[in-house]
Write a protein of this length. Structure first.
Length: 111
């Protein structure tokens, strides 16, 4: 079971006085069982979450990628996939690099 954290946290913020049923925000589908599926799951989660960043820089992007992927690992999202710690580190490094490239600011050209 993987939690859709964005919506879970939004519900917690909207109702701070209430206990929120985490199962309402969980994905009950099949977990990835190949490296490729696991990497796609990481990329999809990180890309979606990156849109909520208020600032795009190496620090915010790096923290986002680390938090998302580490959370997925701790929830057991990749327990069926043949990933090593080395694979996870490489995937996180590539995700950070790609997001930094996507969101880098461009210079303003003279008119």
């Amino acid at each position: 079971r993987s939690t859709v954290k964005y919506f879970y946290i939004m519900e917690q913020k909207a109702h701070p006085d209430k206990e929120i049923d985490r199962s309402r925000f969980s994905y009950n589908g099949r977990l990835p069982d190949t490296k490729e599926e696991a990497i796609v799951m990481m990329a999809d989660s990180v890309e979606a979450a990156s849109r909520s960043l208020k600032e795009y820089n190496e620090t915010t992007i790096g923290e986002l990628v680390e938090n998302i992927v580490n959370s997925q690992v701790s929830e057991g999202a990749f327990k069926d996939a043949p990933l090593t710690f080395k694979h996870l580190e490489i995937a996180k490094a590539v995700l950070k690099e790609k997001l930094i490239n996507i969101y880098h600011s461009r210079i303003e050209y003279p008119k």
